[in-house]
Design a protein around this ligand. Structure first.
Ligand SMILES: *Cc1c(COP(=O)(O)O)cnc(C)c1O
Length: 368
C-alpha cells in the first residue's frame, strides 16, 4: 500500500511553510555561469565588514579545540555577557544563533492548546517555531509596517503563553519606542512570556537605545534575545543568547541540546564581544550606507520604509520581476512576498562598492 510519507507527520508540521533563505552566492554563480566574486549578495543582513582581526585570531587559536566537545555551559562567554549586561550567569541562555533561542522559548513554553501572538510582517521564525510545537499563532495586523502593541496586548487570550516582538523588526526595519514597549510589559499578565528580539540592537542610534537588560528586574516574564550574527559578523558560526529571569532561563536550558553552541563559536563570540571598536565601525559604516541607499531611492522616485537596522525595504512595484532582473545583473536581494509585502524588496546595507553596484543594477532593472 502506498502512503504519502508526509502524512506520517502531524498536521501542524505538514502545514508549516518552509523558511526561504537568501539565495547563496554559489548557487547564483552556478545557475547564471557567473564568477562568484562578481556577485553582490545583499540578501541576509550579514555584516559586510566580515570579522575583526581579534576575532579572527581567537578563531585560529580555537582550531586546536575541534576534537573536543564544547563547554556545554559556555562559561567564558556567559561570564563576559554577565559582566557586560550586569545579569547573573543563571539569567543567560546560549543558542546556536538566536534562532535557536527563539525555538527554545517555543519548546519550553508552547505546545498544543497553547497560543503565541506576533505581528503581521514580523520575523518568519515566530510562526515557524510556534507551528512546530503544534501551538496556535495569533497574528495582529501591522501598523505603519511595524508592530501594533495595543492590538497585540488585546489579542492575548487565556491560552496565550508567548508574545514575540522584534525591535527593530525584520523585514521592515521599523522600531518601537522603548516607552511603548515598557507600557506593553506593564499591561501584559506575568503568565505570558514576552520575547523581545533585539537582533539589530547594535545598529540602533545610541541616542535612541536604552539598556533593556535592566527591565529584567521588573518584568520576570521578559526574554531578551540577541545575536552575534549581525553587527558582530558571526552569522556563519551561529551564536546568539537570551537574557531572562533565572527560572525562565532554567526552563529554556532544560530543552536545549547539551552542546548546542560549538566551541569555535563560543571562543569567537567571547572575543567579538570585547571588540567594541569593530562594532562601532560597523555601526558607522551602516549609517553612511543607509544614507546612500535612501539618496539612491529618492533619485529613482522610490518609496522606502525608514529603517533602524542594517537593511532597508523599498517599494519597487513588481518585486518578483525586479528581483529576477537584479539576479541577472549579479545582485541578490530578498523578496518579501512571503511576509505579505509583494511590492517590496529587502536590501542589506553592504560595503560602499556593493551599495553602488546594487543601485546601478536597480536603476536598470526598474526600466526593463
Ligand atoms: C537575523 C535575525 C535573527 C537571528 O539570526 P541568528 O543568526 O539565528 O542569530 C533573529 N531575529 C531577527 C528579527 C533577525 O532578523
Amino acid at each position: 500500500m502506498d502512503h504519502e510519507l508526509s502524512d506520517l507527520a502531524p498536521a501542524y508540521v505538514r502545514s508549516i511553510a518552509p523558511y526561504q533563505p537568501g539565495k547563496p552566492t554559489s548557487e547564483l554563480a552556478r545557475e547564471m555561469g557567473m564568477n562568484e566574486h562578481d556577485i553582490v549578495k545583499l540578501a541576509s543582513n550579514e555584516n559586510p565588514r566580515g570579522i575583526g582581526p581579534r576575532t579572527r585570531a581567537a578563531i585560529d587559536s580555537a582550531l586546536k579545540e575541534i576534537a573536543r566537545y564544547p563547554d556545554g555551559n559556555g562559561f567564558e562567554l556567559k561570564n563576559a555577557l554577565s559582566k557586560r549586561y550586569q545579569v547573573p550567569l543563571e539569567s543567560i541562555v546560549l543558542g546556536n544563533g538566536s534562532n535557536d533561542v527563539l525555538e527554545l522559548v517555543a519548546l519550553a513554553f508552547l505546545g498544543p492548546q497553547r497560543a503565541a501572538v506576533y505581528s503581521e510582517h514580523a520575523f518568519a521564525v515566530y510562526p515557524l517555531a510556534t507551528q512546530a510545537r503544534g501551538a496556535r499563532g495569533i497574528v495582529t495586523p501591522a501598523k505603519n509596517y511595524g508592530h501594533d502593541l495595543q492590538a497585540m496586548a488585546a489579542a492575548i487570550t487565556d491560552d496565550t503563553h508567548v508574545v514575540f516582538i522584534a525591535n527593530p523588526n525584520n523585514p521592515t526595519g521599523t522600531f518601537l519606542p522603548y516607552a511603548d514597549i515598557e507600557a506593553f510589559l506593564k499591561r501584559v499578565p506575568e503568565r505570558v512570556i514576552v520575547v523581545l528580539d533585539e537582533a539589530y540592537n547594535e545598529y540602533m542610534p545610541p541616542e535612541l537605545r536604552i539598556d533593556t537588560a535592566r527591565w529584567l528586574k521588573r518584568f520576570r516574564n521578559l526574554v531578551i534575545s540577541r545575536t552575534f550574527s549581525k553587527a558582530y559578523g558571526l552569522a556563519g558560526l551561529r551564536v546568539g543568547y537570551a537574557l531572562a529571569h533565572p527560572q525562565v532561563a532554567d526552563m529554556m536550558n532544560r530543552v536545549r541540546q547539551p552542546f548546542n553552541v560549538n566551541n569555535i563559536a563560543l571562543i569567537a563570540a567571547t572575543a567579538a564581544l570585547d571588540d567594541m571598536e569593530f562594532v562601532a565601525r560597523s555601526y558607522a559604516e551602516n549609517r553612511t550606507g543607509m544614507q546612500r541607499m535612501e539618496a539612491g531611492f529618492k533619485a529613482l522616485g522610490l518609496e522606502w520604509i525608514p529603517s533602524y537596522a542594517n537593511f532597508i525595504t523599498v517599494r519597487v512595484g513588481p518585486a518578483a520581476e525586479v528581483f529576477k532582473r537584479l539576479l541577472k545583473r549579479g545582485v541578490i536581494v530578498r523578496p518579501v512576498t512571503g511576509y505579505g509585502l509583494p511590492e517590496h524588496l529587502r536590501v542589506s546595507i553592504g560595503t560602499p562598492e556593493e551599495n553602488e553596484r546594487f543601485l546601478e543594477a536597480l536603476a536598470l532593472s526598474l526600466k526593463q
